[in-house]
Design a binder for this molecule. Structure first.
Ligand SMILES: O=P(O)(O)OP(=O)(O)OP(=O)(O)OC[C@H]1O[C@@H](n2cnc3c(O)ncnc32)[C@H](O)[C@@H]1O
Ligand SMILES: [Mg+2]
Length: 229
């Protein structure tokens, strides 16, 4: 789970919430990390705050992007835009999920001319040894105007067998099937299926936050990924 930080305290924190490094001057550190990324991935060339577009209006995705990006870049402007994922409502298989995430990220960027486009797509994919044969995963793709795409995904978890059966036999979306199970059609836009299944220990926003942070890894380590000699 991504530790929550006070945005005022800034940015890319190496803290876990428990082991908070109080020796770092928060603002100085944010400035340092922020400047570094700013130069590399360019917030706005003109100065200004980083503008980030998310290819979804699902609040669990938009909020997750905002929470992570604020910790990395400081002030950010995050907007959710409706896009066509180009994949089915219930993606099955890692390839389809990844395609959806990339499509969403590219369209979000194209539609808005933002500094970064972010796509999050979730779905199930076959996983050996599981009770149902599948894990659910949130995949995040981030695209910058230079065309670079970075990808990461969140933790995997199992849906109850009845949900997997409905997906496979009836083509029902997992989020919808879970919503029906607990009588909340809006479930997937709130704590989500994972909120229910984890007994409130993890929300879908937090799940998405992890995926977003993982997709930022190459961008946080430019010298290791993009400047190899
Ligand atoms: O409006 P969009 O952006 O489409 O949001 P969505 O909730 O429909 O989300 P996706 O299309 O990315 O993915 C749908 C799949 O997400 C998975 N999913 C739904 N609710 C979830 C939850 O609470 N936690 C994790 N995964 C979930 C499940 O596999 C769904 O079929
Ligand atoms: Mg969807």
């Amino acid at each position: 789970m991504i530790a929550k930080t006070n945005p005022e305290q800034g940015a890319l924190s190496l803290e876990t919430g428990e082991a908070k490094d109080k020796t770092l001057p928060p603002h100085g550190y944010r400035a340092k990390v922020g400047d570094f990324i700013y130069k590399v991935f360019g917030g706005s060339e003109m100065g200004g705050i980083m503008r980030i577009a998310v290819g979804s209006t699902n609040p669990t995705k938009v909020k997750a992007v905002e929470n992570v990006m604020r910790r990395i870049y400081g002030d950010v402007e995050v907007v959710g835009v409706e896009v066509d994922s180009g994949v089915s409502d219930q993606p099955i298989g890692i390839e389809e999920i990844a395609r959806g995430a990339i499509n969403r990220a590219k369209q979000a960027l194209e539609k808005t001319g933002a500094d970064l486009g972010v796509g999050i797509e979730a779905g199930i994919y076959p996983f050996p040894g599981t009770l149902t044969g599948y894990l659910d995963v949130q995949v995040c793709a981030i695209v910058s105007p230079d065309g670079v795409i970075t990808i990461g995904h969140g933790p995997g978890f199992e849906y109850p067998p009845v949900v997997i059966e409905r997906i496979l036999k009836e083509g029902v979306e997992a989020g919808i099937a879970m919503g029906e199970l607990v009588n909340d059609p809006e479930l997937k836009r709130k704590v989500g299926a994972i909120g229910v299944l984890s007994k409130g220990l993890l929300t879908r926003t937090e799940l998405n936050e992890i995926a977003v942070l993982m997709a930022m890894i190459p961008r946080l380590n430019r010298e290791l990924f993009f400047e190899r000699k």
